[in-house]
Design a binder for this molecule. Structure first.
Ligand code: DX5
Ligand code: ZN
Length: 255
């Protein structure tokens, strides 16, 4: 059983002051999901300032459950929530009540409680997903994909989390240079490794995706595509959305 293409514009690049009409605009242009980036500066500090463990560096701060709740009143669309927060467990109930569809947490913050977290997400009516940062070994998510109550999607960050408009990191999808493979086989090439191991798994890529980078990600095996600046910044967003979809569907014929 194959996977279907899903194109998810990242609403981080939208005009937040007109979120509902921006959402309708993207859905009318052919979007399947709406990608919602939930950032709390703690995580950026946790991941970047690990040695200091101080946890209070200004990173980025975006939206919370109240915004999801408001948006849900205007659309039935699938809200693909990407939680870049230190304690995702604290957010499950509010996001479930707000009407979130997908709840994707970072494995870097949930190594000890992911089982409880997945069950909690499902019991609040949401679809569980797990995300990995560029430097995280893909092996860390195998137990979550193979669990009794598994995650239903793996999000591979193709940029460091925190901001839109960053440059795509090709080594996260496939080995650009042999050296990457020799140094750290499972710390790069994450998308290709996952697709080979889990042919029916939804694999999402997030960060720097657009017309010049989509083929690499699609050929490596990604089927869920998040794109912010390349869609919202385009004169014809609908054209970019269909280009991203065509690339995924063409690539699926090769694997
Ligand atoms: C970054 C976010 C991404 C970002 C993508 O931490 O998770 O979803 O908004 O934006 P672009 O496509 O512009 O890189
Ligand atoms: Zn995201």
């Amino acid at each position: 059983m194959g996977v279907t293409s899903k194109i998810a514009p990242s609403m981080l690049s939208s005009d937040f002051a007109n979120l509902a009409s921006e959402a309708h605009r993207m859905l009318n242009y052919g979007a399947d999901w709406l990608h919602m980036d939930i950032m709390e500066d703690g995580l950026l500090t946790f991941l970047i300032m690990l040695p200091l463990q101080d946890g209070h560096f200004v990173g980025n701060l975006t939206i919370g459950a109240p915004v999801i709740e408001s948006l849900r009143k205007h659309t039935k669309a699938y809200l693909d929530c990407h939680l870049m927060v230190t304690n995702p467990l604290d957010y499950v109930e509010p996001f479930g009540k707000a009407g979130a569809s997908g709840f994707t947490f970072h494995i870097e913050t949930s190594k000890d409680n992911w089982k409880e977290l997945i069950e909690n997400i499902k019991s609040h009516g949401m679809r569980p997903g797990v995300a990995i940062k560029p430097g995280t070994s893909v092996e860390e998510v195998y137990p979550l994909v193979e669990a009794e109550t598994p995650v239903e999607m793996v999000l591979v960050m193709t940029v460091e989390p925190g901001f839109g408009g960053q440059k795509f990191m090709p080594e996260t999808v496939y080995d650009t240079l042999l050296i990457f493979w020799l140094i750290s086989p499972s710390f790069s090439n994450q998308v290709r490794i996952l697709r080979k191991k889990y042919p029916a798994l939804d694999i999402e890529v997030d960060g720097g995706l657009g017309p010049s980078t989509i083929d690499m990600a699609a050929l490596a095996g990604a089927n869920c595509i998040v794109a912010g600046s390349s869609v919202f910044g385009a004169p014809e967003p609908a054209q970019v959305i269909s280009l991203l979809r065509n690339s995924v569907e063409k690539a699926q014929l090769t694997y």
